[in-house]
Design a binder for this molecule. Structure first.
Ligand code: G3P
Ligand code: MG
Length: 232
């Protein structure tokens, strides 16, 4: 089972900060999940369109200048990192799941991603691009068939994992609240991996593993990895 650090090791450090990525790497997470929003000509690693939950600032990210965003404190004196900052830190050390949250210009995002991969010598097999925005994923798959796609859902869709297969995704990422054995079976029969968010309790990890789930997103990768070691 793959253990993805959700927003980095976000229990140990402020979510989506370089410190959270560093902890996740130290803990030995197999992958790190981050959220990306475009604003002021950059790709920022942050979950919300509004900055006040995770930083000392106020207002919408896309109404701020780059200088204003760089001045924000995301906790523990950490800045809001750019996608490049995170890719530079993570490198090829584990998988990086980039969740596309606020992508308003896909071509611009891909230019950033390509240039980061080239500068940092990161292979696209290290990356997993996911989104709740399925038309965006369809465009991405069309433009870049070589990229690995994960299709997110926060529900149990009528035709189970059919939507993810239609998107040519490699994996389907499901909310634990709506994940059941039938869905997992359906996804696996379609050749999809199933990764579930957000799983912090060992009892849930055990149940999901028994259903054949391939990976989890967790705020506590240290706990999940310790559990996995004795479960295997
Ligand atoms: O990518 C899995 C999970 O992060 C999706 O939901 O709201 O935590 O980004 P959210
Ligand atoms: Mg996310």
């Amino acid at each position: 089972m793959l253990i993805f650090a959700h927003r980095g090791a976000s229990k140990a450090a402020p979510e989506n900060t370089l410190q959270a990525m560093q902890y996740a790497l130290q803990m030995g997470a197999h992958g790190i999940e981050i959220d990306v929003i475009q604003a002021a000509g950059q790709c920022w690693v942050i979950h919300d369109a509004w900055v006040q939950r995770t930083t000392n600032g106020q207002g919408r990210l896309d109404q701020m200048t780059e200088a204003q965003i760089r001045q924000l404190d995301a906790g523990n004196g950490q800045q809001v990192p750019t996608l490049f900052d995170v890719m530079a830190l993570v490198g090829n050390r584990c998988l990086l799941n980039i969740e596309l949250k606020g992508i308003t210009d896909l071509a611009h995002f891909l230019k950033h991603l390509d240039s980061a991969c080239e500068t940092l010598n990161i292979g696209c097999q290290q990356l997993l691009l996911s989104s709740f925005d399925h038309p965006l994923l369809a465009k991405l798959a069309h433009l870049r068939p070589e990229l690995t796609i994960g299709a997110l859902t926060a529900s149990c869709p009528l035709h189970y994992a059919a939507f993810a297969q239609e998107l040519n995704a490699a994996s389907v990422h499901t909310d634990i609240a709506f994940t059941n054995p039938e869905f997992v079976q359906d996804a696996k029969a379609r050749g999809l991996k199933v990764y579930v968010y957000t799983v912090d309790e060992v009892q849930d990890m055990q149940r999901l593993k028994s259903w054949g789930v391939d990976g989890i997103f967790t705020n506590v990768p240290d706990r999940a990895l310790a559990w996995l070691q004795q479960a295997d």
